[in-house]
Design a protein around this ligand. Structure first.
Ligand code: HEM
Length: 528
C-alpha cells in the first residue's frame, strides 16, 4: 500500500516538473502526501499530542535548542498525559516508571541525535553500541571505584574546597570582612579544575588565576554539539560557527598536549603511579583485541569527560546553595547537623565521613537534585525492534522517545507535592530508599559512571563551606525567602532556568551573588 501511494505520487511529480508554478505545486503535493500518509499509516495515531506533531517535528526541534524544553515538556504532559506525540515517529515520555524502564536496557538504544554531530570519534557517551559502551565503562570503572576515588581525594580537596577557602579568605581580608562573590561561577571553576587534574593531568587555573578559557571551550563545544545533532545539515556550511569551531579545535589540541605530557612524565618517572586518575586509566586501557585506545579516541573520551563533569556538578552545587538561601530553617538544620558531627574547624570534613554522618545534609542534596536535575531537558532513546509498552500505550518499533528528566523527577504518582522542597521526604528507614528513585544521574545500564566523583565534590565543598562562612543574600536580591511563587504552592520563587544540555540559570552573573564573611564560631547566624 505504501509503495502504491509512492508510485502514484512519483508519476504525478514528473508531470509537475514540466509545468509552471512547479515549486508551489511541489510544496502543495508534499503537504497532501504528508496529510494522507499520516491519516492512513501513522503508527502513532493512538498517542495524543499537538496537531502539528502528525506532520512535522520542527516545532519540537526548535524547543530543544531555545532553552525552554523543560517548560514546554511540562506543559504538553499536563495537557496530553504521560506519553505525548511530538513529531512523526517521535514521542515525549514523562512518567518515572516508564523512563526507568527505558533506562534499564541496552535494547532501548541512544538515538542518532547523540551521534549526528560527527565532530569527534564515537565515545562512551555518544555510542549506541552495547558492546562498545560496556568495554569503555569497564575500562574507566577503576577511576570511579572507592579505591580510585580515595587515591585522588587529596587532589579534589586541594583544587576544590581548599582553593575556594583560599579565594574567600583573601577576598574577605581585602574587602573589610565581607566579600561579595558569585557562587555559581566559583563552583564552575572548582568542577573544571577537578576535571583538569583528573582527565587532563593539570590544574586549569580556573579558580587560582581566574582563567576561564577551558570553561568557554566546554560551553562552546556543547553548543556546537547540540546544534549539529539537531540540525546536522549545518555541518555542511563551514563558514557558520567559526568561533565555536575554533574553540573546539583548541580543546582537541589541549587533549593531545595532555596525553603527550603524561606520556613524558611516565618516561621521566615523574608521574606518581599511586594516583588512579581518568587520564591514566584511559592511557593504560587495553581493548579486548589487545590494542590500545587510539589517539583520536582518547581525545574524544577526554573532551567528553570535560563536558560531562563541569556544569553537571557545578549546577548541582549551585542549586543546593540556592535552596539554602531560600529556606533558612533547612539551612539552620544543616548547620546544626554539621556542627554536631564536625565541631573541629581545624580539620576539613572528608567525603566518606560526611556521607556517613550527614543524613539531613544528604537529604537536602537529594531533594535539590530531584527538583532541579542538572542534566535536564530530554534524553532520546529508540523503542527497539520490538517496541515497548509505556503505561497504557504501546510504542511501536523504532520510535524516537524523548525521556523528560524533570518530568520523571516530578512525577506525582511517586512524589507528594512534587514542586515543593521537602528534604524530610528522604529521612528515616522507611524513606531513604527513595533517593534511588531520583533519575538525575539517569539509571540502569547507562547510569552516570562519574556520580561518585560528583558526590565527592558535593560532600567536601558544601559542608566545609557552610560550616566556616556566614552567607547572606545581597540586599537587592530578587530571590528571597519571602518572594513566593503561586505555581509552587506558594513556596519561595526559584531561579528562572533554561535547559541546553545542562540547566543554566538566567542572569547567573547577577542573581548568584552572595556576601560571605567569617563565621563567629560561637554564634552561627543563618538569618539571611
Ligand atoms: C552532579 C553531577 C552529574 C550529573 C547530574 C550527571 C548526570 C548524568 C546523566 C543524566 C547521564 C546520562 C546521560 C545520557 O544518557 O545521555 C550521565 C552520563 C555520563 N556521565 Fe554524568 N553526571 C554528573 C557528573 C559526572 C562526572 C563528574 C563525570 C565524569 C567526570 C560524568 C561522566 C559521565 C559519563 C562518561 C556518562 C556517559 C555514560 C554512558 O553513556 O554510558 N558525569 N551523567
Amino acid at each position: 500500500m505504501n509503495n502504491l501511494v509512492s508510485f502514484a505520487f512519483s508519476g504525478y511529480f514528473v508531470g509537475l516538473i514540466q509545468s509552471s508554478g512547479f515549486w508551489l505545486k511541489l510544496t502543495g503535493s508534499y503537504v497532501v502526501y504528508q496529510i494522507s500518509y499520516s491519516l492512513l499509516f501513522d503508527p502513532l495515531s493512538h498517542i495524543p499530542g499537538p496537531w502539528w506533531s502528525r506532520f512535522t517535528a520542527i516545532p519540537y526541534h526548535f524547543k530543544l535548542t531555545d532553552g525552554t524544553i523543560d517548560y514546554y515538556s511540562a506543559a504538553i504532559h499536563k495537557k496530553y498525559g504521560s506519553v505525548v506525540r511530538v513529531g512523526p515517529m517521535k514521542v515525549s515520555v514523562a512518567r518515572q516508571k516508564d523512563v526507568k524502564l527505558v533506562f534499564s536496557s541496552y535494547k532501548y538504544a541512544k538515538s542518532k541525535l547523540y551521534q549526528n554531530q560527527n565532530l569527534i570519534k564515537i565515545n562512551m557517551v555518544t555510542t549506541a553500541d552495547e558492546h562498545f559502551n560496556k568495554i569503555r565503562r569497564k575500562q574507566i570503572g577503576p577511576a570511579f571505584t572507592q579505591t580510585g576515588l580515595d587515591s585522588v581525594e587529596d587532589l579534589v580537596l586541594e583544587v576544590g574546597i581548599k582553593a575556594l577557602k583560599d579565594k574567600l579568605d583573601k577576598g574577605i581580608a581585602a574587602n573589610g570582612g565581607v566579600f561579595t562573590f558569585n557562587y555559581s561561577l566559583m563552583f564552575q571553576s572548582i568542577a573544571a579544575d577537578v576535571i583538569g587534574e583528573l582527565a587532563f593531568g593539570k590544574n586549569f587555573g580556573c579558580m587560582q588565576n581566574d582563567n576561564k578559557t577551558i570553561i568557554k571551550y566546554a560551553k562552546n563545544f556543547i553548543t556546537l554539539s547540540i546544534l549539529y545533532s539537531i540540525f546536522p545539515q549545518l555541518m555542511k556550511i563551514p563558514l557558520l560557527f567559526k568561533r565555536l569551531r575554533k574553540d573546539f579545535n583548541s580543546l582537541m589540541d589541549l587533549t593531545l598536549v595532555s596525553i603527550q605530557q603524561r606520556r613524558k612524565e611516565i618516561k621521566d618517572n615523574s608521574y606518581n603511579p599511586s594516583r588512579i586518575d581518568i587520564l591514566q586509566i584511559f592511557l593504560d586501557a587495553t581493548n579486548p583485541d589487545g590494542t590500545k585506545i587510539s589517539q583520536d579516541e582518547l581525545s574524544s573520551e577526554l573532551s567528553l569527560m570535560l563536558l560531562a563533569g563541569i556544569d553537571t556538578t557545578s549546577i548541582t552545587l549551585t542549586w543546593v546553595l540556592h535552596f539554602y538561601t531560600l529556606y533558612p530553617e533547612v539551612y539552620q538544620k544543616v548547620l546544626d547537623e554539621i556542627n554536631t558531627h564536625f565541631p573541629d574547624r581545624s580539620k576539613l570534613i572528608k567525603y566518606k565521613e560526611a556521607q556517613k554522618k550527614l543524613e539531613y545534609f544528604m537529604a537536602t542534596v537529594h531533594e535539590s537534585m530531584r527538583l532541579k536535575p542538572a542534566f535536564c531537558g530530554v534524553l532520546p532513546r529508540y523503542s527497539s525492534e520490538a517496541g515497548i509498552q509505556l503505561s497504557e500505550y504501546y510504542i511501536p518499533p523504532n520510535i524516537e522517545m524523548f525521556l523528560v528528566m524533570e518530568g520523571a523527577n516530578h512525577d506525582e504518582s511517586l512524589w507528594y507535592s512534587p514542586k515543593k522542597f521537602i528534604p524530610e521526604r528522604f529521612l528515616g528507614h522507611k524513606n531513604n530508599h527513595l533517593s534511588k528513585e531520583i533519575l538525575t544521574f539517569s539509571s540502569g545500564v547507562r547510569i552516570c559512571p562519574g556520580r561518585n566523583l560528583a558526590w565527592m565534590e558535593i560532600l567536601t565543598v558544601l559542608p566545609n563551606f557552610v560550616r566556616d562562612y556566614d552567607i547572606k543574600l545581597l540586599s537587592d536580591s530578587i530571590y528571597k525567602p519571602e518572594i513566593l511563587d503561586p505555581s509552587r504552592e506558594n513556596e519561595p520563587q526559584l531561579f528562572k532556568d533554561f535547559s541546553f544540555g545542562t540547566r543554566g540559570v538566567y542572569n547567573c552573573e547577577k542573581v548568584c551573588n552572595i556576601n560571605v564573611s567569617h563565621l563567629n564560631p560561637s554564634s552561627p547566624d543563618p538569618n539571611f
